[in-house]
Ligand binder design. Sequence first.
Ligand SMILES: [Ca+2]
Ligand SMILES: [Ca+2]
Length: 85
Amino acid sequence: MKPIALTIVIAALGSSLIAIAADEAKPADSGAAFKQLDSDKDGFVSKAEAERMKGLVAVFDSADENRDGKLDVAEFSKATATAKN
Ligand SMILES: [Ca+2]
Ligand SMILES: [Ca+2]
């Protein structure tokens, strides 16, 4: 194998390893919980939907950073992190 080809193989392997690491870093728990709560599948958890998770309504307003009355995935994961503490 020529050195340049080997370099390409190593680079390809390296980027796939990085991709795997990024997948593992995703908050799988909050993602799954988010999908369960988002019963109308609009990509947001509304206050009515939030009522199905214990403790979430209490932190709903402070988690809703852009004040649109619903939580996106990022806001939701912060909310659940807050609710656990
Ligand atoms: Ca929804
Ligand atoms: Ca929001």
